[in-house]
Design a protein around this ligand. Sequence first.
Ligand code: URA
Length: 234
Amino acid sequence: MERLDKIISHAFSLSRKQAKQAIQSGAVKIDGIVVKASDAKAEPSQVTLDEKIADYKEHIYIMMNKPQGVISASEGGTQKTVVDLVPQALRRKGLFPAGRLDKDTVGFVLITDDGAFAHDILSPKKHVEKTYFVQTDKPIPAELPDRFRQGVVLYDGSVCMSAVLETDSACTCTVKIKEGKYHQIKRMFRVNGLSVVYLKRTAIGGLALDASLKEGECREIGAQELALIRDEQG
Ligand code: URA
């Protein structure tokens, strides 16, 4: 059970003040009966505004195919952010990207208003794998998968967790990492003498980026898909 004004403001993207005004105007019903008290408690499925059912969800989870040139932040000053690209229908207060991709990296960014969920999937302790398609400037040496598995030591001396590298062609591969150090993939290659010329995140946990999403597009993630994020077998 939630407060009526909270349900209305979430479900219909209204400010709390606008929600209270709608309730006081008599446009809101619980089980078909007009209720004018903003602090009345109800289940979202019982509530309507102008006969429209409040399809209330406590949190929203959005899959975006991030394009190049956009920053992974909620506010970017003069720079365009991934949150700026979220269409009005999916907009809510408090949206932020759960994990950052570099400005020139493309692919799967998860945007949500659920801080606890974001913390969970980003914590290295939770072992949620992030999968990247990588293109390098030079052929990938045969011993690189072993080095990645053993844990790459970066130039600053920090040690990366064991990572999986599967070669696709001479200069392309798939890499899976379970942590998110700053510029991690680029630095893991750099210390091995290669530059990353193209980087795309293709999956988070067991949930792959929807191939039908063009760069800059996004869609809501359903409950079953959300569960796949924590399910490495997915
Ligand atoms: N590693 C990088 O170097 N950059 C990214 O954007 C993501 C992972």
